[in-house]
Design a protein around this ligand. Structure first.
Ligand SMILES: C[S@@+](CC[C@H](N)C(=O)[O-])C[C@H]1O[C@@H](n2cnc3c(N)ncnc32)[C@H](O)[C@@H]1O
Length: 389
């Protein structure tokens, strides 16, 4: 990831340069430790840069939570900041790449996009953790009337598949680089034909991280149309039995099991198990009836919150655990006397949301964008509001 190593500098001496900079909007100092954040506005996006001082060299780098998807934007911003602040660069990796960034493809969708986009195709199917994408690409080619939404948390795999979509001239795949367990909440009810979960990571030692769970199953049944199917394929005996138990807990579904069934396409992952003659299980869950429409009445405003002197001292330092969610004010940064920037983790225990909250004299907002509209995030948001006000 792009960064600069610069000769250590006196950050209090850069205040006037920040005021003159076209892209730096504010500077926030950590209440504990020597690191700082710079608010930056560049190329139509807002994000943060971190300044981490060290005796030998100061590191200026991206911030994980607010990082823009276009790496070149980040590189340009780092370059501009180094010029505006007249930093002495010792080493850097911010050369602009000319190759077309895959994450700016029209087939790459952000989770927030699902709040207002509609499918260009009549039918929708979802694939969870598509890996190399062989199955996803095969399905999309075979079913041109269906939009395939592929979810993958591993960014290089998402980029590879975006390249393949362009090369194979497909127009019916959307790639989403996001956790599938949260994603389904973004879809309306009764819209999906199939949800494929092929060879999910078994997580035998950390079962709470598994994709298949009672809540994932509930959401799958909600988004599947009557007759639609959730299709699990796994080589793990434990995962097979665990899923079966989970699937049988839902009323009005049909569950079908197959063993060592050959599909039209074999992923690299599957091919390895086949060579080792491992058993492969398919479990299909058919949705028995249509679900109620989903009413999304979620608002992440902080209407009543504003900065008051000493607020930072009143906030809990440790994570607070509630029924089904948590809130943790992880780190606090101050800008002048009247702005507080809080790095906050919250939401569900196994799929936490990470956001900054910017509290000013007359306003408060998530910096730079609100959380994903899930019920658990909304519960956590209401608690955060209570703690801040
Ligand atoms: C064992 S690989 C299987 C890949 C592919 N389905 C196949 O059959 O070859 C599991 C994939 O799921 C992805 N993954 C794991 N958890 C995920 C989640 N919660 N949401 C989306 N993708 C996930 C991993 O990054 C990995 O690429």
């Amino acid at each position: 990831m792009p960064h600069l190593k610069v000769t250590p500098f006196d950050s209090s001496a850069i205040e006037h340069k920040i005021l003159q900079s076209d892209i730096i909007t504010f500077r926030a100092k950590a209440l504990k430790g020597g690191d700082e954040l710079l608010g930056v506005e560049h190329g139509g996006e807002e994000f943060l840069l971190q300044i981490k001082p060290d005796e030998k060299a100061t590191l200026v780098k991206y911030d994980k939570v607010t990082r823009p998807l276009k790496v070149n934007l980040l590189k340009e911003a780092l370059d501009q900041v180094s010029k505006d602040l007249e930093l002495e660069i010792e080493s850097s990796n911010i050369a602009i790449s000319n190759s077309k960034p895959t994450l700016s493809s029209e087939y790459f969708k952000k989770i927030e996009d699902f709040e207002h986009i509609t499918s260009p195709k009549e039918k929708i199917s979802v694939e969870v953790g598509f890996g190399s994408g062989r199955h996803l690409l095969h399905q999309a080619k075979k079913n041109p009337d269906t939009l395939f939404i592929g979810l993958e948390i591993h960014t290089p795999s998402a980029q590879q598949v975006l390249k393949q979509i362009e090369l194979q001239e497909l127009d019916n795949i959307w790639v989403v680089n996001y956790d599938a367990r949260l994603f389904l909440e973004m879809l309306p009810s009764n819209v999906c034909e199939q949800i494929f979960v092929h060879f999910p990571v078994p997580w035998d030692k950390k079962p709470h991280r598994r994709v298949i769970s009672p809540s994932f199953l509930d959401e799958s049944i909600r988004v599947l149309r009557k007759g639609g199917r959730l299709e699990l394929r796994t080589d793990s005996d434990k995962y097979f039995w665990y899923s079966l138990e989970t699937f049988f807990s839902v009323p009005k579904t049909e569950v079908e099991i197959r063993k060592n069934e050959a599909l039209e396409v074999t992923s690299k992952y599957e091919a390895r198990w086949r060579r080792q003659e491992k058993d492969i299980y398919d479990v299909y869950v058919k949705c028995g009836e249509n679900s109620e429409p989903k009413v999304l009445n979620i608002d992440f405003n902080f209407n009543i919150v504003k900065y008051r002197k000493g607020l930072e001292e009143t906030l809990p330092k440790k994570a607070l655990v509630f029924d089904g969610y948590f809130v943790h004010f992880e780190r606090m940064y101050k800008t002048g006397n009247e702005k507080l920037l809080i790095k906050c983790a919250f939401g569900s225990f196994d799929r936490p949301e990470h956001k900054y909250i910017l509290i000013e004299e007359n306003s408060c907002r998530y910096f730079v964008s609100p959380p994903v509209k899930t019920t658990v995030n909304y519960e956590a948001h209401q608690k955060i509001m209570e703690l801040l006000s």
